[in-house]
Design a protein around this ligand. Structure first.
Ligand code: RI2
Length: 286
C-alpha cells in the first residue's frame, strides 16, 4: 500500500494499536522505496524523509510511529552508497527493522506472560496487541484465568480484544467503561498497553486508562503497563493528546448547541503502576 493510503488508514483507525501502526509505517516506507525513481542519493533521501513525515504525523499520541520512521530513515542515512545500490540496501535495512520490531514484540509477550497466575481475574482496557499477546501466551503455557475487557468508548476497541481472546478460548467478559470501579474489587491485576511512555515515565494510553488506575489504586489492585521500548519518548519530545471527530461519540445522534469533546488518550502517572513490562522483562519501578 502507498504511504498516503497507509497514513489515511492510520488516521481513520482502520489500522490501530501503537505497535501495529509503527509496523504499517515501516512497510509503507519499504513499498515507497521499491517504487522510488529518484536518480540521486540526495533526491532519494529527501523523498524518503518527506514520505516518512506524512506517516509520522498521521496520529499524534503514539510515539512509536515517529520513532519507527526516524529509526528507518537513520538506518538508511547511515548507508554509504549511491543510487541504485542504496535502494536495495535500504530495503534490507527496512526488513531488519521490521524483524527487530517483531522479535522485541515476541520477547515482550513471552516475558510479560510471567505476571499472569492461575485463577486470576485480569482487567484490561482498549485493544492492545501487546496485552492480548501476553494473555494468549500465558493461556498457551497452561495457565487458566478470566479476563474483563472494558468496552472502551467511543470506538469500542474493547470488542476487538474480547473477540480475539474469546477466539483463543480465554473466558472473557465485556463491561462498559463506567462499570470499572464497580468490578475492580474482584480483580487481581489490571494490565494495559501504552501509546507513549513519556520521558518522566508517565504513560499515555487510551482514554479511560487513568480511570482504571484510580479505581485500581482505591481497591489495592496492582496495575501493569506492557510496552515495547519503541514507545519510549527518550528524547523528551512529548506527544499531543489526540482529539477525534465528534461523530465517534454522537453515532448519528443530534445534540444542537452542545459542545462535544472527544479526547481519546489520557496520561497516567507512573506512580499508579506496580510495574512496566518491556522486551527487557518486568521492572517494578522505572
Ligand atoms: P499495542 C491503542 O491505541 C491503545 O491505546 C493501546 O493500549 C495502545 O494503542 C497500544 O497498542 P489506538 O491505536 O501497541 O487503538 O499494544 O488508538 O497494540
Amino acid at each position: 500500500m502507498s504511504v498516503e493510503s497507509v497514513a489515511r488508514d492510520i488516521r481513520e483507525m482502520k489500522i490501530q494499536g501503537a505497535v501495529t501502526i509503527a509496523m504499517a509505517a515501516e512497510e509503507a516506507l519499504e513499498e515507497f522505496i521499491k517504487n522510488c525513481q529518484a536518480g540521486s542519493r540526495d533526491d532519494f533521501l529527501s523523498q524518503l524523509r518527506a514520505e516518512g513525515n506524512k506517516l509520522a504525523e498521521a496520529r499524534p499520541s503514539a510515539i512509536a510511529l515517529p520513532n519507527a520512521v526516524d529509526m528507518f530513515i537513520e538506518k538508511v542515512e547511515a548507508i554509504n552508497l549511491g543510487m541504485p545500490d542504496l535502494k536495495d540496501a535500504a530495503l534490507l535495512a527496512g526488513k531488519e527493522l521490521m524483524e527487530d520490531t517483531k522479535d522485541s514484540f515476541k520477547e515482550l509477550t513471552e516475558k510479560g506472560s510471567e505476571i499472569v497466575r492461575d485463577g486470576q481475574l485480569i482487567l484490561i482496557h482498549c485493544h492492545s496487541s501487546t496485552v492480548t499477546g501476553i494473555l494468549k501466551k500465558a493461556w498457551d503455557s497452561g495457565k487458566r484465568f478470566n479476563v474483563i475487557c472494558t468496552e472502551t468508548r467511543p470506538s469500542k476497541q474493547g470488542f476487538i480484544s474480547a473477540k480475539e481472546l474469546a477466539e483463543h478460548e480465554i473466558p472473557t467478559t465485556i463491561v462498559i467503561d463506567s462499570a470499572v470501579a464497580s468490578v475492580m474489587a474482584g480483580v487481581d491485576i489490571a494490565l494495559v498497553g501504552a501509546d507513549t511512555i513519556l520521558k518522566n515515565g508517565d504513560v499515555v494510553n487510551k482514554i479511560g486508562t487513568l480511570g482504571v488506575a484510580l479505581a485500581a489504586k482505591e481497591f489495592g489492585v496492582p496495575m501493569y503497563v506492557a510496552t515495547q521500548r519503541l514507545k519510549f519518548d527518550t528524547k523528551g519530545k512529548g506527544v499531543g493528546i489526540e482529539s477525534r471527530p465528534a461523530e465517534e461519540i454522537l453515532e448519528g445522534a443530534e445534540l444542537p448547541g452542545v459542545e462535544i469533546e472527544n479526547l481519546v488518550f489520557d496520561i497516567t502517572k507512573k506512580s499508579y503502576f506496580k510495574g512496566i513490562i518491556t522486551e527487557g522483562g518486568i521492572r517494578l519501578k522505572w
